[in-house]
Design a protein around this ligand. Structure first.
Ligand code: NAD
Ligand code: IPM
Ligand code: MN
Length: 360
């Protein structure tokens, strides 16, 4: 049997509650298959760890994580620790250190999920966001000058390297080509007269290598509007780090809510582990109540199965989520249900157990 070594950083707030459900699902899939198994190692890193140690993770944390096949992360950030510290010293540093430059976020309206817009066909909301994930507006570079003085100035630098821009755009073209779908680039060259002019230029250049891929290009403000008024225009989408962050929350709302939005932080060269996590945060307003929606975490577990080469089981898990949504009996309060986080997890495990034979 193959053993996958998975590092678990459940993190803060609802992170641990939702991640437990994904772990249940992964164990069940492996158990039913029998040819592979998961070995989860839990790291207690996050805001409580920070309160105890003054660090968000062990000082050699990145080194420790290197040996794993993948990382499964819940959420990071909680009131009491400044967000820029908690996020930079744990989540963002992992994305950067492991060169997880592709953030893959499906915006797909599953069967049984509810789009808040009227007159939208299910097929109209079926996008795949490819978000740049290691540089751009999230370079982390900047300066804070003359603190507290009248001439105080703060700089936050966006960095778009040739290498970083080309590789994300090329990855998006490869994905669109493989899927036989169009590719839309989202930028903002009218105002961002260096970064986005460069982005658009690179998009044009790489586009010339993929004559078979139909392309479109929008300004981010218009794209935000069109995602609501005409979502079906968007198939594969490539965009910068910050625009991708914001647009995928719009996407989450379109596709049934933030409790259902998943993401994979991928290092395509597989030089370092990739990381799978829901799009949402630690949800401090509902943390500890056991009612966080685990479906986003479970969807990211399905992305992990795809990544590990078990696409058939990745699909099985998505099918199970769809079955659960269509049953409409075991949903958390954000989906107008009354079930707890673990009841949703248990129900998914049941559905998987019952439907497994038809998938093998
Ligand atoms: P959030 O996603 O945590 O919560 C926004 C709203 O959505 C809240 O009302 C919350 O209850 C709800 N929500 C989120 N996930 C849910 C789920 N699974 N089920 C039901 N409801 C859910 O965003 P926020 O409040 O802006 O941020 C809270 C903290 O999380 C901050 O520290 C922020 O920096 C951090 N954060 C972390 C990540 C991450 O770790 N990847 C992502 C986003 C935000
Ligand atoms: C996300 C989150 C993070 C991001 C934050 C918590 C730094 O919002 O994964 O979408 O902006 O990338
Ligand atoms: Mn976000």
């Amino acid at each position: 049997t193959t053993t996958y070594k998975i590092a678990v950083i459940a993190g803060d707030g609802i992170g641990p509650e939702v991640i437990d459900q994904g772990i249940k699902v992964l164990h069940k899939v492996a158990e039913l298959d029998g040819s592979f198994q998961f070995d989860f190692t839990h790291f207690p890193w996050g805001c409580e760890y920070y309160a105890e140690t003054g660090h968000m993770m062990a000082e050699d944390g990145i080194e420790q994580l290197k040996q794993f096949d993948a990382i499964y992360l819940g959420a990071v950030g909680f009131p009491g620790v400044p967000d820029h510290i908690s996020l930079w010293d744990l989540l963002l540093i992992i994305r950067k250190s492991f060169d997880q430059y592709v953030n893959i976020r499906p915006v797909k309206l599953l069967k049984g999920a509810h789009c808040p817009l009227a007159n939208v066909n299910r097929e109209d909301v079926d996008m795949l966001f490819i978000r740049e994930n290691t540089e751009g507006e999230y370079s982390g570079a900047g300066d804070w000058l003359y603190k507290g003085q009248e001439n105080e100035v703060v700089l936050q630098n966006a960095v778009f390297s040739r290498k970083g821009t080309e590789r994300i755009i090329r990855y998006a073209f490869e994905t669109a080509k493989k899927q036989g779908r169009s590719l839309t680039s989202i930028s903002k060259a009218n105002a961002l007269n260096y970064s986005m002019v460069f982005w658009d230029q690179v998009f044009e250049e790489v586009s010339a290598e993929y004559p078979e891929v139909e392309t479109a290009s929008y300004l981010v403000d218009a794209a935000a509007m069109l995602m609501i008024t005409d979502p079906k225009r968007f198939e594969v989408v490539v965009t910068s780090n910050l625009f991708g962050d914001i647009l995928t929350d719009i996407g989450a709302a379109l596709a049934g809510g933030i409790g259902l939005a998943a993401g994979a932080n991928v290092n395509p060269e597989r030089e370092f582990p990739s990381m799978f996590e829901p799009v949402h945060g630690s949800a401090p307003d509902i943390a500890g109540k056991g009612i966080g929606n685990p479906l986003a975490s479970v969807w990211s577990a399905s992305q992990m199965l795809d990544y590990l080469g078990h696409d058939n089981y990745g699909k099985l898990v998505i099918d199970a989520i769809e079955d659960l949504l269509m049953e409409n009996t075991t949903l958390t309060p954000d989906m107008k249900g009354t079930a707890s986080t673990s009841e949703v997890g248990d129900r998914l495990v049941r559905i998987i157990t019952e439907t497994m034979p038809t998938h093998v």
